[in-house]
Design a protein around this ligand. Structure first.
Ligand code: FAD
Ligand code: A2P
Length: 274
């Protein structure tokens, strides 16, 4: 059996909640960001890049659920999530306190547009994310299918400050040494993290670095073109709208599961009033 398809070992049995899974690891990256891993229902199949509904029981005893991108790849025996901590957020004000052995609710119905099926074949794929929008790409960057389908994979991730990039940075660094996928990633994955408010080695909004041509010059790539380049986008509504305009400017067209084209977009969260 291929190591990537290894069957899950015995998992802790969920105790109380319907659709409950057990928290196995929690890591806090900043006072606003954390990641955690939970057991995976044996029946759950998903495509890397999809999201599910997860949550906790609310004070009224009813499930309080929110959409979350699965950050782990589809071959992983556990599920990983990368989360914001919204100080007064109904879910994350509580979720940020979870510890190993706690339970969360997970509705096993994965959906989403950031999937390979929604893109036409191409030479390069661009993953464009701000903030927690890197979560679906944390899954796709660890999926061998990504490297089978594309010669080059460019991960652009932009946050205000350096500390907010750490989850993605450590994931990318770990990937290069990964015994399962390290060889596939070598030379193919180009990582382009930038900050916009704190000074760092690389700065600037993704939109600006694309329109100015800076990212192409820095990475030694030709400008995007619809024949060769594909893109997946995940950030705030404002970011998504602005990136769409930039991609359309390069001639790329938006696709969907039922109508694969050159790029696809998903909201990283639903903002106030949107
Ligand atoms: P909410 O009442 O849900 O949100 C309160 C406010 O906080 C929002 O109006 C918005 O202004 C802000 N906010 C919410 N989420 C974020 C965020 N991720 N980044 C910045 N500001 C935010 N969130 C994640 O942390 N990780 C994910 O992988 C993730 N995937 C998502 C996938 C989809 C398709 C969608 C629609 C949303 C996703 N979200 C993700 C957002 C998530 O569903 C919740 O909004 C978030 O967990 C906060 O929940 P809450 O109940 O605490 O606050
Ligand atoms: P900036 O600092 O210039 O606003 P936020 O924390 O507000 O969600 O933003 C996360 C990152 O996304 C920040 O680096 C921010 O840059 C960038 N960003 C926000 N809105 C846009 C947009 N419309 N186009 C491009 N980048 C954006």
């Amino acid at each position: 059996m291929n190591e990537l398809t290894q069957v899950t070992q015995a998992q802790p049995v969920p105790k109380h909640l319907p659709d409950a899974q057990i928290v196995t690891q929690v890591k806090h990256w900043t006072d606003r960001l954390f990641s955690f891993r939970v057991t995976r229902p044996q029946s759950l199949r998903f495509r890397s890049g999809e999201f599910v509904m997860i949550g906790l029981l609310g004070d009224n005893g009813k499930p309080l659920l929110r959409a979350y991108s699965i950050a782990s790849p589809n071959w992983d025996e556990e599920l990983e999530f990368y989360s914001i901590k919204v100080p007064d957020g109904p879910l994350t004000s509580k979720l940020q306190h979870i510890m190993p052995d706690d339970e969360i609710i997970l509705r096993p119905k994965p959906v989403g547009t950031l999937v390979h099926d929604a893109l036409l074949p191409g030479k390069r794929v661009w993953f464009l994310a701000t903030g927690t929008g890197i979560a679906p790409f944390a899954s796709l960057m660890r999926d061998p299918e990504t490297y089978e389908k594309f010669d080059q994979v460019i991960m652009m991730h932009t946050c205000r400050e350096k500390a907010e990039l750490e989850y993605g940075r450590s994931l990318v660094e770990g990937l290069r040494d990964d015994p399962l996928i390290g060889d596939m990633v070598a030379g193919k994955l180009l990582y382009y993290p930038t900050t916009t408010r704190e000074k760092s080695a690389r700065m600037g909004r993704i939109t600006d670095n694309l329109t100015s041509g800076k990212v192409f010059a820095d990475l030694g790539l030709p400008p995007m073109d619809a024949a060769q380049d594909r893109a997946m986008v995940c950030g705030s509504m404002a970011f998504n709208l602005d990136v769409k305009a930039v991609l359309e400017g390069f001639g790329l067209r938006e696709g969907a599961n039922s109508d694969p084209r050159e790029y696809v977009v998903e909201k990283a969260f639903v903002g106030d009033g949107i």
